[in-house]
Design a binder for this molecule. Structure first.
Ligand code: ATP
Ligand code: MG
Length: 672
């Protein structure tokens, strides 16, 4: 039956379920599922409880003031994010606890206690002030994964300047766009950073951003961390520009170690961060202070079951929101020991991540499906060489995780002992929104399970009808503390992108229906199963429409990844005379697998067996690699351009533009 309504068909079923291991549940911070009902009955009280665990200079007057689409959380209250991450830990035993344990790709190490990190941040904050940075200014940060990245962010927060971190893998042009858009006054960068044995010449790219094609006239100073070159010699032919550029080690080491934390309003801007650009031009997402700190603290603590003796490692880059919320602000606000690693997962060999887990006795490990699929492709021998017995909890974020990748992670990394938290959220939400609570929630491979306490998520049709079981559009129906406060400089795009989908419609059904309710649209397609679990099954822009059936990409991809020969798959819809769209699949094989026509046939049959004839790929192309954003997400819109023989769309956020060019060549020569 064709899909008449604006919903999504659901194909994949998953019977495997994993209740929290009893031993884990017994010791977990949350072991009572009553937390959901309590938070649901009074979400403002729930969030206020968490806000109360932060340090406030002045208490708030009102928890929430909601003038859709603008929310003010904890209005009237004042606090400082850096104070909450550092100063408030200095009174007790955390003063001498490790805050940051860092390892460079070449193997160099640095550690900071909370006291030391506080001192370094205070000096960096004084140095920024010395360069004329004041409360309300913006500072761009373009650094490798070195401790100075976290220090720089916290230094900005300390003096009330908003940071705009630009991932160190971005080009000069992307950096220039972001600096100009945010009107930053100071840029913090490094001479270079290590990546897969080579060196990324950041200062050279920064100079190009600042000096070519009109440059960035707003930038007054550049603070340069020396990661690589010896004194006086800056990598790649770049030079320190007199009057503009200063070395971090000169400026910060000598700066005043006393720098009081600025008393910020709860709604003052903490940072701007541009989205990964999977679907198009990145958006400058704005996050403020009080609500953001409240939700990152609550989720860090409850989702990761974070305790004082944990060693926590999130492998994201600080250039992404995951690095902001779950390397810096959440874990440090919670007083955790945070591991940070600079380089590639396969340098010097494919066991590097597992060696770090072993060396640091990591207990909580948070990574992305793209990394897990790479580990799967490389084989089980690499993790097997290392002692992973310290691990007690695993997490994933960034894309839907294919159930087979989940199972692999569970078996070969978690040794069937560690709960896995699959966390759905986005740059815009600021913090985790849909996730298991590891001591309470039964997990299911491929499903992010249920909304975090206090969060109201639903599946809606385009008309606003609520779907109890089935597929449709993911919707958030209640404001949350860490929600974006806007797109920098573009209020219209903010309203249009996130708040217009159900505008003016009566949302929900029955008693639940709210005329004119403001509902947030994250842009993802999802389904809810009979158990009430949420499954994000792809971006709405990527949904396939085959003979009237709207199908999420994740289900077909997961059926392919279910085959033992397959490491990774991306599917797109390709215009088709009869069916509307046909399914085109791009498949990466595991090491040692032969790309034959017989295997193509077998994969195609496998998809039909797993989820039905409707999803049979018309076209399979074996690919050495798939086009991904720099944060590792598959970019399907470019694959669609290839499958439909069009010129490629915007490729500026791609990690390696060569991959898509090669694929286009392969696809066309095969057809020709
Ligand atoms: P842009 O919005 O510029 O296209 P982006 O959406 O990739 O870029 P992010 O904010 O980094 O930028 O990514 C958030 C998106 O990642 C979510 O909307 C969702 O599509 C996907 N995602 C994140 N975590 C999960 C998860 N656990 N399960 C499924 N999808 C996820
Ligand atoms: Mg997005």
């Amino acid at each position: 039956m064709a899909n008449e309504e604006n919903t999504l068909d659901t194909l994949l079923t998953e019977d495997r379920a994993f209740p929290p291991p009893p031993e884990f549940a017994r010791a977990a911070l949350v072991s009572d599922p009553g937390i959901y009902a309590a938070a649901d009955a009074d979400p403002e009280a729930f969030w206020a409880g968490w806000a109360g665990r932060l340090h406030w200079f002045k208490p708030w007057d009102r928890v929430l003031d909601w003038q859709p689409p603008f929310a003010r959380w904890f209005g009237g209250g004042t606090l400082n994010a850096a104070y909450n991450c550092l100063d408030r830990h200095l009174d007790g035993p955390r003063r001498t606890k490790r805050a940051l344990a860092w390892e460079g790709e070449p193997g160099d190490r640095r550690e900071y206690t909370y006291e030391q990190l506080h001192a370094e941040v205070s000096r960096a904050a004084s140095a920024l002030k010395g360069m004329g940075v004041a409360r309300g200014d913006r500072v761009a940060i373009y650094l490798p994964m070195v401790p100075e990245a976290a220090v720089a962010m916290l230094a900005c927060a300390r003096i009330g300047a908003a940071h705009s971190v630009v991932f160190g893998g971005f080009s000069a042009e992307s950096l220039r766009d972001r600096i100009r858009d945010a009107q930053a006054k100071v840029l913090i960068t490094a001479d270079g950073g290590y990546r897969r044995g080579g060196v990324v010449a950041l200062k050279r790219a920064a100079d190009e951003a600042l000096e070519e094609e009109g440059g960035c006239p707003g930038i007054e100073h550049v603070l340069v961390v020396r990661r690589h070159g010896p004194d006086g010699e800056v990598l790649g032919g770049a030079r320190m520009k007199q009057g503009r550029d200063r070395w971090w080690h000169d400026c910060v080491a000598g700066a005043e170690a006393e720098c009081p934390a600025e008393e910020m309003e709860a709604e003052d801007l903490l940072y701007i961060l541009y989205t990964s650009g999977t679907t198009g031009k990145p958006k400058g997402i704005m996050h403020t202070t009080g609500g953001y700190m409240t939700q990152v603290l609550a989720t860090t603590q409850l989702v990761f079951d974070l305790k004082d003796d944990d060693v926590y490692w999130c492998t994201a880059d600080v250039g992404w929101v995951t690095g902001h919320s779950y390397i810096v602000y959440g874990p440090l606000a919670a007083g955790a020991t945070v591991v940070m690693y600079e380089g590639a997962p396969d340098a010097p060999d494919r066991g590097r991540m597992w060696k770090i887990v072993e060396d640091y006795r990591v207990t909580i490990f948070y990574t992305a499906p793209t990394a897990i699929r790479a580990f799967m492709k490389w084989g089980v021998d690499w993790p097997a060489k290392h002692d992973l017995s310290s691990l007690r909890l695993l997490g994933t974020v960034g894309e839907p995780i294919n159930p087979e990748a989940w199972i692999w992670y569970h078996k070969h990394i978690g040794h069937e002992r560690c709960p896995i938290v699959d966390t759905w959220w986005q740059t815009e939400t600021g913090a985790i929104m849909i996730t298991p609570l590891p001591g309470v929630t039964e997990t299911v491979p491929g499903s992010a399970t249920r909304a975090f306490p206090g969060i109201r998520a639903d599946i809606l049709t385009l008309e606003g009808r609520r779907i109890e079981v089935g597929g449709g559009f993911l919707a958030l129906r209640r404001p949350w503390p860490s929600m974006l406060r806007g797109i920098w400089g573009d209020e219209e795009r903010f309203r249009e992108t996130y708040w217009s989908k159900w505008a003016g419609k009566t949302v929900g059904e029955g008693d639940d229906a709210q005329p004119g309710e403001s509902v947030y649209f994250p842009g993802d397609g999802a389904k809810r199963d009979e158990r009430g679990n949420f499954w994000v099954i792809g971006r709405i822009d990527d949904v396939l429409n085959v003979a009237g059936h709207r199908i999420g990409t994740m289900e077909v991809e997961s059926a392919l990844v279910d085959h033992p020969a397959v490491a990774e798959a991306a599917v797109v819809g390709k215009a088709h005379e009869l069916k509307g769209q046909a399914v085109a699949a791009f498949v990466t094989l595991k090491e040692g697998q032969e790309p034959t026509d017989a295997l193509k046939k077998e994969l195609s049959d496998h998809v039909v067996r797993k989820i039905g004839a409707i999803a049979r790929p018309d076209d399979i192309l074996f690919a050495g690699d798939l086009p991904k954003t720099r944060s590792g997400k598959i970019m399907r819109r470019l694959l669609k351009d290839i499958a439909e023989g069009r010129a490629l769309g915007d490729t500026t956020t791609l990690a390696d533009p060569g991959v898509v060019a090669r694929l286009k060549g392969d696809y066309e020569s095969r057809e020709g």
